[in-house]
Design a binder for this molecule. Sequence first.
Ligand code: SAH
Ligand code: SF4
Length: 357
Amino acid sequence: MLNKLTPGDMLVWLGEKDPRKLEELFREARACAIEHVGPKVYFRGIVELGNICAKDCAYCGIRSGNTRVKRYQMTIEEILAAAREAFEMNYGSVVLQAGERQDEAFLLLIEEALQGIKALSGGKLGITLSLGEQSAETYERWFRAGGHRYLLRIETSDPALYRQLHPADHSFDARLACLRSLKRIGYQTGTGVMIGLPWQTHENLVSDILFFERENIDMIGMGPYIPHVDSALPKSVTDKYDAQENFRLGLVMIALTRLFLKDVNIAAATALQAIDPTGREKGVMAGANIIMPNITPVKYRGDYQLYAGKPCLDEDPRKCSGCLELRVRNAGAEIGYGEWGDPVHFLRKKKTAKECK
Ligand code: SAH
Ligand code: SF4
């Protein structure tokens, strides 16, 4: 049995290559998940509702500087139809994700989508937003309209590395301030990083896990970095990419985060599946308890390529969900259909806050 991990232990595990030792770590992490958040895996259907983005993050395929992308924005009817489909498939929650837009038409579209999803599901569908950096007023407005979880990856907790991967007007401090304002407003707050980024060290990854703890984060969504052909990163840098190594690190990060933080929700990122066809199930077996099946209309999927090789590009959501369900069951986990699967960490924090009043 592993005792409480130290940063030094985590560093050693990040360098571990022996498959038998790694299996032991993953088994331990899965047992920790079962003990602290239960045996179930929760599905959150993700709607990639638009690829118009004001930002120009160097690694991302839909960054504003990439002129080769055909831009789209789903209508309110299309968003509600996708959410209805998730509800009919008995998913507990949906995630609304998109490139970053701060114009009033977009803010209103999201507000209406939130109200519409609440109405069509009689309040039963949980809703996570993943719409980038916004003002505190916007976060409050969307919270009032029914959003109760928000995912905003910090991408890396190292400000210097953050600067290397973003244009000068993208600010690490502003992103951190957004995370803090989401928490203050009352969202279940999620963050995460990309794993195997250019210039990233194992020490950076250990600091990322300590960052999650320090910021009292409820949900973690992190996955391997995968280069995109139209990224703004130099070819000499993206050529060093090692898919299998990033995959290994991705699973080790899930396991270490589970063992270190215990009661948070951890997603098995789709990027894992872009590298290995059973990547998300392996993520669950390494301690993750959330999977986000893609419920974006098939006609838009090809235009939401954040990285190369995103899986299920031409799959109908219903078929996609069927095969995923089977594969998760085969991996030995149960699916929490129709349940919100709130992070135990958040519920515990809320209880403690009440008791202290
Ligand atoms: N625009 C929003 C949400 C969409 S991007 C935001 O940035 O928060 C969602 C996530 O995709 C980002 O947080 C980033 O971590 C991930 N991503 C972007 N490019 C990637 C790449 N090349 N490889 C792996 N993940 C990537
Ligand atoms: Fe836009 Fe998000 Fe991609 Fe950055 S990571 S360019 S904010 S979609």
